[in-house]
Write a protein that binds this ligand. Sequence first.
Ligand code: SDX
Length: 429
Amino acid sequence: MTEYAKIEFEGKIYEFPIIVGSEGEKAIDISNLRQMTGLITLDPGYANTGSCISSITFMDGEKGILRYRGIPIEELAEHSSFIETTYLLINGRLPTRDELNQTSILFNDHSLVHEDMQIFYQNFPRASHPMGILSAMVNALRSFYPELQTIEEEINITVTRLLSKVRTMAAMSYKISRGHKVVYPRPDLSYCANFLNMMFDTPVKHYDIDEDLVKALNTFWILHADHEQNCSTSAVRLVGSGRVNLYAAISAGIAALWGPLHGGANQAVIEMLSDIQEDGGNYHRAIERAKDKKDPFRLMGFGHRVYKSYDPRAKIMKKMCHKVLKKLHITDPLLNMAKELEAAALKDDYFIEYNLYPNVDFYSGIILRAMGIPTNMFTVMFAIGRLPGWIAQWKEGADDPKWKLGRPRQIYTGPKKTQYIPIDKRCTQ
Ligand code: SDX
């Protein structure tokens, strides 16, 4: 039986249906609000606004729950692979063994990047940020693969190309930025092993694939694969709602992820921890600065719009730090500092009052550092992980025959009607 919410305005009572999600979440359906009342809603940052109905990912911020297509993130991190999780997110179910093998073969068949693209890379200034390069190059894929993406197989081949080539493109930008020879994908390597090999193999020093690192990279990308309607996913959906090609929508998502409040936080965390270390390791000062409202400084890697408890991904990431560092016989002073900083913050009244906990970005950089990934590529690593989620969310919109163009309203507070004054009649100052 449908419940209703009532709004009383200017002496009239309006009723709006309540939508209930499969986990009991409730929303007021205000699709007809303006038509019925002349009112719109105002919600800067959309903290109270649902943009869509989705069956892909479920998060409970109070309980620290994250599930992809109903499967808890802890189980996927433990048992799945990034390719299997990619299949789950995009197709809505786990693949059979045969389907999984087919997917891996497809990814290998489409892992190469058109040789002409190398010329683009070579013409970026060497110090260009890899996220800017990745966003531009993903958009450029459209020029090499101009299919319309109106029928299923054209969409599927575009999805395959994106998922497979993004690794090659990321590794290529790293190699070219260092003036090193580009390493090509190998058909005998798995998705993650191929990426590590393309990044670190050189003509003079063969890269030995370490299965523990391959497992760690699988888990790292599984943890990043989707996160319902976050900033960059909302960008992909909004840009996609204009019916632009998928490459352009994903390019917009990469640009949105770049910001330090979003995916760029993993790079900002390591820079923050390094600054604290150079400043003598006084992390208490960082905590005090984070609490000072006059100081724009924020504790990077802490806080979340949805999680008001420990980000379940951060818990897994923190455990992984120890495993990866132990395997590589690395002691990273930033890990110890991160743990001490976390412990001090979690005991601090300000962080308790604001429900600020470590998020996915707080420990992820430690693992990437240990793998040898350069700091300016940390957010590229996030983007590769998030790609299946962006695609799944775009597809969910595109599969809806009534997919509406995203176009929010506003409340105008500028000048009322004003006459145009010819330039020779304007006051001089
Ligand atoms: C990601 O949405 C997703 O799902 C994102 C993501 C994903 O997988 O896609 O999980 C990935 O982006 C994780 C978040 C990475 N960003 C950071 O670690 C940057 C540091 N964190 C903050 O900037 C902040 O916590 C946000 C941006 C993440 C969330 O901020 P909100 O929800 O917009 O909340 P807010 O900025 O309004 O903060 C509420 C209060 C403020 O105090 P008041 O002005 O109300 O007095 O909490 C304070 C903030 O000052 N606060 C912090 C803080 N985070 C929030 N104070 C100090 N340090 C922080 N980190």
